[in-house]
Ligand binder design. Sequence first.
Ligand code: MG
Length: 186
Amino acid sequence: MSAPHPTNRPSNGPQDAPPPFLVGLGYDLHRLEPLAPHGPGRPLVLGSVRLDHDRGPVAHSDGDALLHAVTDALLGAIAAPDIGQLFPDTDPNHDAQDSRVFLAEALRLVHAAGYRPTNLDATVILERPKLSPHKPAIRRAVADLLELPEPRVNIKGKTHEGVDAVGEGRAVEVHAVVMLQHTPHK
Ligand code: MG
């Protein structure tokens, strides 16, 4: 017997049960420009950790590309509006906003949907400065924000091998994947 046509499915069948797991993908890129007073760059922050550098993100908020990608991964997993829709860069309230506020709101929506994160895997593509000395602090900070133990959070650093804007140090790029587990009574 063939499967019922999607539009003819009964409304209370098992397909309506919340999936035990959801996965979300997040991506972000910010241009890196010289810091004030020489340019429009804000101080470079990744995963809420400040990195010493003479360039920083051009952004309406604090420009934390890692937290923006993680926030979009959380929102994407529950099919919520994305970070740009929830926190438009035309809103003066978000000028220089600490991006932990965005992540906290995304996590609140995840909890409200009956889920919680199980793990995060993220890749930060940054030519300069080197990410490796900062990875432990970034991992700790992001794990705290996601209310996860550190072994469930992975932050990988890569360069762009000198190629294109990211490789020339003119931008930072982040990819993030998050998995959520259904936890109805949490
Ligand atoms: Mg962003």
